[in-house]
Design a protein around this ligand. Structure first.
Ligand code: PLP
Length: 393
């Protein structure tokens, strides 16, 4: 089987499995005062130190959460609410149009329920942020703008944003900057000290599902989403998941410490995949940045003209090759990916697209499997055309 969906989730690293299983066999609530509790607390604090060292921040800046979705929600709603409640009430925020739904949907919720004013920032035709659009938005809304959220790298087309430059533009105007670095961490250098808040997810770096972190400086106030026992600086109440946190820290450390070599190997493998796909299907279009330094090493995203992406996905799945589309399915009708639409794609090409993503366990066999199965699958999908309804979501 060829697994080409590492951007959705990647296998757990052996270091993470070892750290997590050791903890699963032990008892102790990290908030308890007795010896078992203190032992669990030590594991949590050592994990916090490892996460902080991997991201270039202080341990006290790391707030453990249940993953990328919660961290993004805490950043968007928590920072918006804190900004709105300041004496100079900041009731506007700006997010890029190609953010993950974990950023876009809480933003829409703030518009619908709290009357927030929002700039959806445009991107270019490769998926990278248009810096002039960002400057215009700040110029127009400076006195109201409290928060800007720009992803470090896009999950669909792999476009990497110039976060240092963005930070210079945003933070020099006294506006907070959040970045969703879920896809970037472990593949490109991520220095969390460049931003005010940063989202990381465990299962994208080879750790367990259901754990992650929001890196947020102690001087930055976020209104909590969860109230209760006051854990994690009172920003995120709830009993800490010690085994998951230990697994997450071990995975993140392994991903970051092997990043340079692994990114090089995987981008070579990805370049081979791209060349072979374009040779096999000459009218396929590679989406996203053409310059490989602007693209995540494991990402390859194509439009296959005349195909429904979901139909092609299911045909490849039946042939043992697993990948993904960025399109969502609503009431049985495939919707075009908001990312491709924001990049200027027409609806048909946005619906006829597939993402192949490589990760830390990928080998040339995965690429060989895809190449062996892609030709006949594209042919069948083209016969079905753009009118077929996918059999699964
Ligand atoms: N942000 C990005 C860019 C993602 O790719 C994902 C998951 O695909 C998330 C957020 C959500 O992370 P999690 O699965 O940990 O909730």
């Amino acid at each position: 089987m060829g697994y080409l969906d590492h951007a959705a989730t990647t296998p757990m690293r052996s270091e993470a499995v070892a750290a997590m299983t050791a903890e699963l066999e032990r008892v102790g609530n990290a908030s308890s005062l007795h010896a078992s509790g203190r032992r669990a607390r030590r594991v949590v604090e050592e994990s916090r130190e490892r996460v902080a060292a991997s991201l270039g921040v202080r341990p006290s800046d790391v707030v453990f959460t249940s993953g990328g979705t919660e961290s993004d929600n805490l950043a968007i709603k928590g920072l918006y609410w804190a900004g709105r409640d300041r004496p100079d009430s900041r009731t506007a925020l700006a997010v890029s149009a190609v953010e993950h739904h974990a950023v876009l949907d809480p933003t829409q919720w703030l518009i619908d329920h709290e009357g927030a004013a929002v700039c959806f920032l445009r991107v270019d035709d490769t998926g990278q942020l248009d810096l002039d659009g960002l400057r215009e938005c700040i110029g127009e809304h400076e006195s109201l703008l409290g928060l800007v959220s720009i992803m470090w790298a896009n999950n669909e087309v792999g476009a990497i944003n110039p976060i240092a430059e963005i930070a210079e533009i945003v933070r020099s105007r006294g506006v907070l900057l959040h970045s969703d670095a879920v896809q970037a961490v472990g593949w490109v250098d991520v220095d969390a000290s460049l931003v005010d808040a940063l989202t990381v997810s465990g299962h994208k770096v080879g750790g367990p599902h259901g754990v992650g972190a929001l890196v947020i400086g102690r001087d930055v106030t976020a209104t909590p989403l969860l109230h209760g026992g006051g854990q994690e600086r009172d920003v995120r109440s709830g009993t800490l998941d010690t085994p998951a946190i230990a697994g997450f820290a071990a995975a993140l450390e392994a991903a970051v410490s092997t990043q340079v070599e692994r990114a090089k190997e995987i981008s070579t493998l990805r370049d081979d995949l791209v060349a072979r796909v374009l040779k096999l299907v000459p009218d396929a279009v590679l989406n996203g940045p053409k310059d490989t330094t602007d693209r995540l090493p494991g990402n390859a995203h194509f439009t296959f003209p005349g195909c429904e992406g979901d139909a092609l996905l299911m045909l490849l799945d039946a042939a043992g090759v697993e990948c993904s589309t960025g399109s969502a399915c609503q009431a049985g009708v495939p919707q075009p990916s908001h990312v491709l639409v924001a990049m200027g794609a027409d609806e048909a090409s946005a619906r006829g697209s597939l993402r192949f993503s490589l990760g830390h366990t990928s080998t040339s066999r995965d690429v060989d499997e895809l190449i062996a199965m892609l030709g006949p699958s594209v042919e069948r999908a083209r016969r079905a055309g753009l009118t077929s309804v996918p059999t699964a979501v």
